[in-house]
Write a protein that binds this ligand. Structure first.
Ligand code: IVH
Length: 690
């Protein structure tokens, strides 16, 4: 690429990333996977580093957020509710809504209407206003006593601290729901994943977890919102629920504009049908419709059961689904050779994102669904990244659609597929010859939790296609000259890659064992096996019985490990890795290296040149303490690449210093700096084989 080409590429990348940000953060409808996004960002960062003259102030690599706040704190006090905070009767069945209407009609002689509303999927909240000022916010608690979360609620931006307009009662309560819009939910989970924390399973959990945080600053950063739907007080003079909510709206309170007054069951059904589809376009989660009798005197007449009002009922939606058409089915070969059928779909909107592909899991599942190309299918989002197909809409099936044939040979290398007894998946057994499997295992070897070498899929693809790397040991014989023949690579990028490979040689043995990509040996199994045997040689020589003695290792894992090391080609790779200087044994480190960080509480965020676990160990080895959350006691935030924006904001608001990896390493005493790596302190163990 000439200079013009580079500048154009930088501009194009910036545009793509800005657009991706907009779709992700603003529209809550990302059409690019996190991985694609990260790769583009990495490319842009690399180019800007190499050609700083083209870097712009407003580049997507430089966005930072800021939010100033005053720290408050304290645990929750509990207060009784003035009126019990009850739940709602609910149903998934429209006939029961009819029964609800019939029951009310039988008791009540005068005509009445219904207020139909969205059922927001969040946490119930009760706000008390006194003289137009937010006085207290209580959670539902057990219905009669709630937690005082006023400090947190004061930090939710759409809740007024002071009412506007006029005519509000001197004292009243208004109840509603605090929820986390998808946009905030996705950003929060992205940050949690980056920081290797457990993400929230859904926006509701995220909202309730956030509302119960003890630091209001953190709550402020979570992007919670509120909607209010029930006004209560002693001397209120409204005729209908709708009137009450309209007034609340005039006082500046957030009330949904998606309500509708219905006169009969047909109108209610219409409302339900409409929102059952349209809710997919809403930027927040709804789990149903609430139908309330609108006239307050009738509400009073109907009263309450012990648990719920007799004047309201909830119609709940089934799990959010999208209906889409199967365009084709791909059979993907994974790293360990498992062949997964994946359906390509007509793009459909599901929980705020566009879905184009969905997993069919395995041949049995395809058989069970009786799926065909051209079928309309229901897609649901589970906890996984890729959504799943739950059912086929047979009433929409076109005639003459053919049953797909699960391939008998590997779609990549043509080797006949095998299926072990009791396993649902078909495998390509050609683990060392199937290009897809080789490339996937090369990528896995370099990945962050394995050898942590910075490289993208396209690098591996090129290295493989050029014949430079055919197995993981080949990485360590790469030369700068070879690397500079890769598209867009120059001296600097080649050096960076070689440095990163060099650094990987000091990755602990357990990481290497995981990196080898032995089927069924995940990160934690690799750790257990490595610790049990202490060296690669010992693992390789272990019999099935010895392997079974390892914690968490059962027959399947033991067999897989045993077989892997019975292959001469694999032993040869192990020998070459050992000769290259990789850690093939557990290193017993002298754990204390210096007192440079003595007594310091340090919070880490983002990614570093070493794994997060290694970074934590390094902090401890130098007398520091690793802490999960920032407080005024935090010595500094150690920010790697892509630190969490929430952590940065918090550090800024508390005046906590932010230090990057280079700055951090400079703080350590000389003997523990990068050039003097900890493995030099290991206790040597003699290795004889490979
Ligand atoms: S009215 C006494 N309206 O759903 C009746 N509740 O599953 C008060 N909810 O406890 C409830 N959206 O936390 C009402 N528009 C809405 C609602 C709503 C969500 C929640 C609320 C309730 C729960 C019942």
């Amino acid at each position: 690429m000439d200079m013009n080409g580079i500048q154009n590429r930088i501009e194009e990348l910036s545009r793509l990333l800005r657009e991706a940000n907009r779709r992700y953060y603003v529209d809550s409808a990302p059409d690019m996977s996190d991985y694609e996004y990260d790769m583009l960002m990495k490319e842009l960062q690399g180019l800007e580093e190499e050609y700083p003259q083209f870097r712009k102030e407003d580049s997507p690599t430089r966005r930072v957020g800021s939010d100033l706040a005053v720290q408050k704190g304290g645990k929750f006090r509990q207060y009784p509710h003035k009126f019990p905070m009850l739940s709602l009767g609910n149903t998934y069945n429209i006939n029961e809504i009819q029964e609800f209407a019939d029951r009310a009609g039988k008791t009540i002689a005068s005509p009445f209407t219904y207020s139909c509303e969205l059922k927001f999927d969040g946490v119930a909240i009760c706000l008390e206003y006194r003289d137009g000022v937010l006085y207290r916010a209580l959670t539902r608690g057990d219905g009669s006593v709630g937690d005082d979360v006023t400090e947190n609620v004061l930090r939710i931006s759409n809740i007024p601290k002071r009412l506007s307009g006029s005519g509000w009662p001197a004292e009243f309560e208004i109840r509603g729901e605090i929820y986390m819009p998808y946009r905030a939910f996705d950003a929060l989970n992205e940050e949690k994943l980056r920081d290797e924390e457990q993400p929230f399973a859904n926006p509701r959990n995220a909202a309730s977890g956030s509302l119960k945080l003890t630091n209001p600053d953190e709550v402020a950063a979570r992007g919670l919102e509120c909607t209010l739907y029930h006004l209560l007080g002693r001397d209120l003079h409204f005729r209908t629920h709708d009137e009450a909510l309209r007034s609340a709206m005039k006082w500046g309170l957030p009330v949904s504009d998606k309500r509708r007054i219905c006169r009969n069951i047909l109108e209610i059904e219409e409302y339900i049908d409409f929102w059952n589809v349209e809710r997919r376009k809403l930027p927040f989660a709804t789990d149903g419709i609430v139908i309330k009798i609108n006239e307050l005197d009738i509400q009073k007449e109907l009263g309450y059961t012990a648990k719920a009002p007799r004047w309201a009922v909830a119609y709940k939606f089934k799990a959010e689904q999208a209906l889409s058409r199967v365009l084709s089915i791909d059979y993907q070969v994974g790293r360990t050779g498992a062949v997964t059928p994946v359906a390509n779909l007509e793009p459909a909107l599901l929980s705020g994102t566009v879905v184009k592909r969905a997993s069919l899991h395995n041949a049995d599942q395809m058989e069970l669904l009786d799926i065909r190309v051209g079928d309309y299918v229901y897609v649901e989002k589970g906890g996984e990244i890729i959504p799943k197909i739950t059912a086929v809409e047979l009433s929409k099936r076109a005639p003459k659609l053919l049953k797909p044939e699960f391939p008998q040979t590997c779609p990549d290398c043509g080797t006949p597929l095998v299926r072990d007894e009791g396993e649902a998946r078909w495998y390509c057994p050609n683990i060392d010859g199937c290009p897809t499997q080789i490339k996937a295992s090369l990528t896995h070897f370099l990945s962050r939790k394995a050898m942590n070498v910075l490289a993208g899929d396209s690098t591996v693809e090129q290295l493989f296609n050029l014949g430079y790397v055919r197995n993981v040991a080949d990485f360590y014989t790469l030369t700068a000259d070879q690397l500079m023949t890769l598209e867009g690579w120059r001296e600097k990028s080649a050096k960076r890659f070689l440095d990163s490979l060099e650094q990987s040689k000091s990755a602990p043995f357990e990481q290497l064992l995981f990196a080898l990509g032995i089927r069924h040996v995940g990160e934690s199994t690799a750790k257990s096996i490595a610790r049990h045997f202490g060296s690669l040689y010992a693992v390789a020589s272990a019999g099935r019985g010895e392997l079974l003695e390892v914690e968490d290792v059962g027959e399947i894992i033991a067999d897989s490990v045993y077989e892997w090391f019975r292959d001469g080609f694999h032993l040869e790779i192990c020998r070459r890795l050992k000769d290259a200087g990789l850690q093939t044994e557990i290193v017993k480190k002298d754990s204390r290296q210096s007192d440079s960080l003595q007594g310091k509480s340090i919070v880490i965020s983002g990614t570093f040149s070493i794994s997060r676990d290694e970074m934590k160990a390094l902090i401890e080895a130098n007398g520091g303490r690793n802490s999960g959350s920032i407080s005024s006691k935090t010595a500094f935030l150690l920010a790697g690449e892509k630190p969490g924006p929430e952590k940065l904001r918090k550090a800024e608001s508390l005046g906590v210093k932010v230090i990057d990896e280079a700055g951090f390493r400079a703080m350590l005493e000389p003997e523990t700096k990068a050039e003097n790596r900890p493995e030099e302190k290991k206790v040597p163990v003699q290795l004889t084989l490979f």
